[in-house]
Design a protein around this ligand. Structure first.
Ligand SMILES: Cc1cc2nc3c(=O)[nH]c(=O)nc-3n(C[C@H](O)[C@H](O)[C@H](O)COP(=O)(O)OP(=O)(O)OC[C@H]3O[C@@H](n4cnc5c(N)ncnc54)[C@H](O)[C@@H]3O)c2cc1C
Length: 801
């Protein structure tokens, strides 16, 4: 990839070819095109700090030849077809807030600015789904949802300057991901224009083919231009509260987060700052709250230190890094939101789990909330000082988190000042967010040091067991690291590319896919250690594809873990049958999200083996595991896997209520799910005077207490009354269809069978709808999925050395 930056003084005027191209394109988009120098300069870079270093030095990366502004999907199709027929690169562009060089026009071509496609539909209040065009800027999107009483729950720090399309393309994470998930968790379906010019509409989750959405999400413009998405939304939370704790060390803080997630608590925001990040987080604080700061340092000293810090840490990173280590302490910032009684229960549980830490009250967290978007924009001061700063966000399971933290810090200690926080937590692990700053004598030296820092930091992270990106994506900057992470899997990614974009015009060079896939930093060598297979601390278990799930479950239960409630016919199957079969290993997790139990899959063939990194989430390109999950044994098989387990609940309670009819029972179930009552199972039975609803509530004692009270209150408000629960076993009858909330009462009236199977599996109960029983999804038909399923027919070839 030619990344030679061009001096601004020598910025190339448009060529005659570019002018002719512009005229052709103008006809396709009603004149919404530009080849003006100021536009080409503006669109020549995104927020990749390396490009910022160039720009500060009066250089600019190679610009696109033309910028176009399509307004509808037909125009995008026409543009892609035109470009594909002539072999001209097309670079989808959201708002250019990407930090990995994902929008750089390294091979010239057409920059497709999507912001004119920004329509947001009306929220479907039954299904809790909204449809939106992907050019909508995040803040505008949230405001339009808020006006309708909903939220997507996605709040990246860049919300004012990033688009839905950019979020999807780079697998973004918002600050409240702990409760609402990452953007990939929010996707019901996407519409994309593939490199062939065909429009791919992925089937709506949880229908078959959800995997296709998971291949387009994270593809960073290399497989398709995402034009529209249908996303799960949530009613605006009625209540919010704040809490912060100080721990003696990062290790103690990390363990507290793990326990919080194991207890089933989902605060919206969870951030654990190391000492210097704590210090920086305290800047711009609200007057009424004491700042989060290093213990024992006065306000005046702190201000003085803050001014000095930027100068000192750049000259003497090793010294500053030593100071941070010596000060080892950590501040945990928590924001809870939802129903007041849920928040109260969660705060109480967290208070118990953090009893050995110092309670800092609500101040630091509410002060964080007030300026939650401002810290990210503070980096320009460092560039003003002639230095540079960047951030690296990786993710790992709990058994690797502290090693990743230590190894990256130690590796960079003499080259950059490093601070870090843990955020975006899951039952199995979390994301680690490193901020580093350094300086070189001149631009060339700065770039050299910048590349060296990135190379070493990524190597250290990969070696310690992390995935190379949790939410910023890969772009150009991590292309070589992605190769190291994927190993032979890179050949699969290349095959996917050939299938979706045979002429290779979509965003060439990104994810390392392209004519010259040697992205910076160059000479990347990473060792990927054989992943530790399964770990009790992370709640993961290593299994073979042929292992019976019932035996896996028995082993887990003996170790205080479980796969979750699964119907007996699933437990009778093997791991491979569960994951490759139509169930895709899906299960519900708190908050009504679905996720597959497969944390990592390994597939082996002669001369080929691929194993995904066991990380709770990743933004390392498309999720290739979805070429295996639910495919019913295509070219790739599950030979072994690491499964996510969950802790056995502290308490389990059976509750039953009698209601006048199925409509009332359906209304009760829906309300309970929307109030986040953690229903493990639910069963409806016909009785003499109506129906009886039997539910099992699992969780920590305090949470079960809250959920049981919510059940009682909602039951009464629907004129039902409690009855003694009978612990009759759940029937094994399976219905093979699903119904939406809107259709449920009708279905219940019509089909008596449904009474027996209202709850057989975890994934069937989600606020967005009730899938009755463990639905036996049919295999996806080739016609429906034709264009994007072609990759399954890819020829295997030996990966490059
Ligand atoms: C100050 C700041 C704070 C940030 N904070 C966060 C954060 O909290 N969380 C987070 O996840 N990220 C964060 N980022 C990174 C960045 O905002 C995200 O990567 C975001 O998803 C990019 O969105 P965008 O619309 O700006 O995309 P762009 O930068 O325009 O593009 C990013 C990539 O997506 C592709 N793309 C864009 N639109 C489409 C489309 N419609 N179809 C196909 N491909 C497309 C592009 O080709 C490119 O490869 C931050 C960045 C900055 C500068």
């Amino acid at each position: 990839v030619n990344l030679a930056a061009i001096p601004l003084g020598e910025f190339p005027e448009p060529t005659s070819d570019a002018r002719a191209l512009c005229q052709d394109l103008a006809k396709l988009v009603d004149g919404r095109v530009s080849i003006a120098n100021q536009d080409r300069i503006a669109y020549a870079r995104d927020c990749w700090p390396k490009a910022v270093i160039w720009t500060r030095a009066g250089l600019t990366p190679p610009p696109p030849d033309v910028i176009v502004w399509p307004t509808n999907v037909d125009e995008v199709v026409a543009l892609v077809r035109f470009a594909s027929s002539r072999g001209i690169p097309v670079i989808p562009y959201g708002a250019g807030s990407g930090v990995c060089g994902g929008t750089l026009a390294v091979h010239g071509g057409i920059c497709l600015d999507m912001k004119r496609m920004s329509h947001v539909g009306t929220v479907d209040r039954e299904a809790l789904i909204v449809e939106a065009e992907t050019g909508v800027v995040g803040e505008n999107f949230e405001r339009q949802l808020a006006r309708q009483g909903f939220t997507l729950g996605h709040f990246p720090s860049s919300i004012y300057c990033s688009t839905l399309g950019g979020w999807l393309a780079a697998r973004s994470a918002g600050q409240c991901s702990n409760k609402y998930g990452k953007i990939e968790d929010m996707v019901a379906s996407v519409t994309a224009v593939l490199g062939t010019g065909e429009i791919a509409v992925t089937p709506e989750r949880p229908d078959p083919g959800a995997s296709l959405a998971q291949l387009l999400v994270g593809s960073e413009g290399t497989l398709g231009v995402i034009t529209k998405a249908r996303l799960f939304v949530h009613p605006t939370p009625p209540f919010r509260s704040f809490r912060a704790y100080r721990f003696k060390s990062m290790a103690e803080g990390a363990e507290a987060i793990r326990r919080i997630f194991w207890a089933g608590v989902r605060p919206a925001v969870v951030r654990l700052y190391d000492p210097f990040d704590t210090f920086i987080a305290g800047r711009g604080r609200h007057r009424s709250h004491p700042p989060p700061s290093i213990e024992g340092i006065s306000d005046k000293t702190r201000l003085h230190l803050q001014r000095l810090a930027s100068k000192i840490f750049l000259r003497n990173p090793a010294g500053m890094n030593r100071l941070v280590r010596a000060l080892d302490s950590a501040m945990l910032v928590l924001v809870f939101e939802g129903e007041p009684d849920l928040v109260a229960a969660e705060e109480e549980i967290v208070g118990r789990l953090c009893s050995r830490a110092k309670d800092l009250g609500p101040g630091p967290a509410s002060s964080w909330m007030e300026r939650r978007y401002s810290v990210s924009y503070g980096q320009s001061k460092i560039f003003d000082a002639g230095a540079f700063a960047d951030t690296m966000e990786v993710a790992a399971t709990w058994d690797h988190v502290l090693e990743v933290y230590d190894r990256v810090r130690r590796t960079l200690a003499r080259r950059a000042f490093v601070m870090a926080h843990l955020s975006h937590a899951y039952v199995e692990g979390c994301s680690l967010y490193f901020t580093f700053a350094s300086a070189g004598e001149d631009t060339e030296a700065s770039i050299e040091r910048y590349d060296e820092i990135w190379r070493l930091a990524l190597q250290a992270a990969i070696y310690a067991g992390a995935t190379v990106s949790h939410h910023h994506g890969v772009g150009l900057s991590k292309a070589q690291a992605l190769r190291a992470e994927l190993g032979h899997g890179f050949a699969v990614l290349e095959a996917l590319k050939r299938s979706a974009d045979p002429t290779g015009v979509l965003n060439p060079g990104k994810l390392g896919l392209g004519p010259e896939p040697d992205a910076s930093p160059s000479a990347f060598h990473a060792f990927r250690r054989t992943a530790r297979r399964g770990d009790e601390k992370a709640g993961t278990v290593a299994v073979n594809g042929a292992d019976r799930l019932r035996e896996v479950e028995e082993w887990l239960v003996a170790h205080g873990l479980t796969l979750g409630p699964l119907p007996s016919h699933v437990l009778d199957s093997t791991v491979a049958q569960w994951l490759e079969g139509p169930w895709e290993g899906l299960r519900a997790i708190p908050g009504g999200r679905l996720e597959t139990a497969a944390l990592s899959i390994e597939t082996r063939r002669a001369g080929f083996s691929y194993q995904s990194v066991a990380s709770p989430r990743s933004a390392s390109g498309p999720d290739l595991d979805w070429l295996i999950l639910g495919r019913r044994g295509g070219a790739l098989r599950v030979d072994s896997a690491v499964l996510r387990a969950m802790p056995l609940p502290e308490e389990r309670r059976l509750l039953a209520g009698s209601l006048s009819g199925p409509r009332e029972a359906a209304a009760l179930l829906r309300t309970l799910l929307r109030r986040e009552v953690s229903l493990a199972t639910a069963q409806l039975r016909r009785v003499a005077q109506g129906v009886e609803l039997l539910v099992r509530i699992d969780g920590s004692r305090r949470r079960v207490h809250r959920d049981a009270a919510a059940f009682g209150n909602e039951l009464t408000s629907l004129k039902g009354h409690p009855v003694a629960p009978s612990a009759r076993p759940l029937t094994s009858a399976i219905a093979d269809h699903e119904v939406s909330w809107a259709d449920l009462p009708k279905a219940l009236d019509a089909d008596a069978d449904i009474y027996r199977i209202a709850r057989e599996s975890v994934e069937v109960l989600a606020p967005q709808g009730l899938a009755v029983g463990m639905r036996l999804w049919p295999a996806p038909s080739a016609e429906t999925l034709a264009p994007a399923l072609a990759p399954l027919a890819y020829p295997f070839r030996e990966p490059r050395a």
